[in-house]
Design a protein around this ligand. Structure first.
Ligand SMILES: C[C@H](O)CC(=O)SCCNC(=O)CCNC(=O)[C@H](O)C(C)(C)COP(=O)(O)OP(=O)(O)OC[C@H]1O[C@@H](n2cnc3c(N)ncnc32)[C@H](O)[C@@H]1OP(=O)(O)O
Ligand SMILES: NC(=O)c1ccc[n+]([C@@H]2O[C@H](COP(=O)([O-])OP(=O)(O)OC[C@H]3O[C@@H](n4cnc5c(N)ncnc54)[C@H](O)[C@@H]3O)[C@@H](O)[C@H]2O)c1
Length: 311
């Protein structure tokens, strides 16, 4: 009887929760993407807890958010320094931080994970959070390439699990891919789409296929550029110039790889080449692996395919 009541009360609480929009968001991972997701969620009126492994990392995450908000504020309020400062201050006041992921998920509407692109680490995290989060809390992963179902299966709330794939830099890129697995309930999918819209993004619906929509097309393109470089067909600079001037891209493939992170790009290819060994476009690159092995992750470490001034 108790079980029936629990299921009934969950259905009741979940269905009543559907009518209430997502207000409180916990972002796990305050790196390139997590800090951007936290920033945009706070800038669009949501209360945010951002979680990372150490207070030092979280201080850097908040500084990055502050800097990005400064750029947004300049565009919003031109020469009005006071308006800019109060905009930045108000958004920052909505972001709190915590190094304890379990504590940060005790009372929240949505947990968005943006930690390292590693399936085991993501699964371990969500298993721990599943026991702590309230029944109505939805879980979402910002993974670039891992199957949502392989992450969700680490929890007992696959009906309340989906993918929310934002794009880098989150304050600028207008798209969010909303990914459903067969178990994702309609209510959950609807709430994730509504959150994307509340964050002033355009949403597209994706199935749980490798790379969803954008990365299935974009990452093989980036890797084909790396293979072109490996063959000596052209220089990285010329390939970037060619794609910007010939195809109208804002960044060439090597600029983009350095921007996304060569570590993340490698993790994507590691996963795809392992899971789909016969698909040619998912094949790893020795050059990419060498750069990552040398600690050259792109902008985030000051060197990737190109060198960057340490800001
Ligand atoms: C792999 C993953 O799973 C999926 C992905 O995310 S793949 C990557 C997807 N993203 C892309 O393809 C990005 C492609 N690049 C771009 O769109 C543009 O180069 C860019 C928006 C990143 C930068 O714009 P660009 O004009 O090239 O340079 P930049 O002068 O730095 O920025 C122009 C304006 O955009 C705004 N801007 C850029 N980055 C910003 C940020 N992080 N925060 C706030 N504002 C920003 C600023 O207003 C800036 O003007 P400002 O310098 O006077 O403040
Ligand atoms: N970089 C991109 O362009 C991009 C775009 C879309 C999606 N993604 C995806 O988003 C995720 C994060 O990518 P990123 O580029 O922000 O990486 P990042 O390396 O910049 O940030 C990852 C953050 O997660 C933290 N972290 C790692 N394990 C953790 C744990 N167990 N608990 C709490 N924090 C932990 C790290 O300390 C780091 O700050 C990945 O799954 C990636 O595939 C990346």
């Amino acid at each position: 009887m108790a079980h029936v009541c629990k299921v009934f009360s969950r259905r009741l609480s979940t269905s009543t929760a559907v009518r209430s929009a997502i207000k409180h968001v916990t972002v796990i991972g305050g790196g390139l993407m997590g800090s951007g997701i936290a920033q945009v969620a706070a800038a669009t009126g949501h209360d945010v807890i951002m979680v990372d492994q150490t207070d030092d990392i979280l201080a850097k995450s908040k500084a990055a958010i502050q800097k990005s908000l400064g750029r947004v504020a300049k565009k919003k309020y031109a020469d009005d320094g006071e308006a800019q400062a109060s905009f930045v201050g108000e958004v920052m006041s909505r972001i709190s931080t915590n190094t304890d992921a379990v504590a940060a998920c005790g009372k929240t509407d949505l947990v968005v994970e943006a930690i390292v692109e590693n399936l085991d680490v993501k699964r371990r995290l969500f298993t721990a959070l599943d026991a702590a989060a309230e029944e109505h809390t939805i879980f979402a992963s910002n993974t670039s390439s891992l199957p949502i179902k392989d992450i969700a299966s680490a929890t007992k709330r696959q009906d309340r699990f989906g993918g929310l794939h934002f794009f880098n830099p989150v304050p600028m890129m207008k798209l969010v891919e909303v990914v459903k697995i067969p178990e994702t309930s309609n209510e959950t999918f609807e709430r994730l789409v509504n959150l994307g819209k509340a964050m002033e993004k355009t949403t597209v619906e994706c199935k749980d296929t490798p790379g969803f929509i954008v990365n299935r097309l974009l990452v093989p393109y980036m890797m084909e550029a790396v293979r072109m470089l490996e063959r000596g067909d052209a220089s990285a600079r010329d390939i970037d110039t060619a794609m910007k001037l010939g195809a109208g891209y804002p960044m060439g493939p090597f600029e983009l790889a350095d921007y996304v992170g060569l570590d993340t790009t490698k993790f994507i290819m590691d996963g795809w080449s392992q899971k789909y060994p016969d698909i040619e476009i998912f094949r790893k690159s020795d050059l990419l692996n060498k750069l990552v092995a040398e600690g050259k992750f792109g902008r985030k470490t000051g060197e990737g395919f190109y060198k960057y001034d340490k800001k």
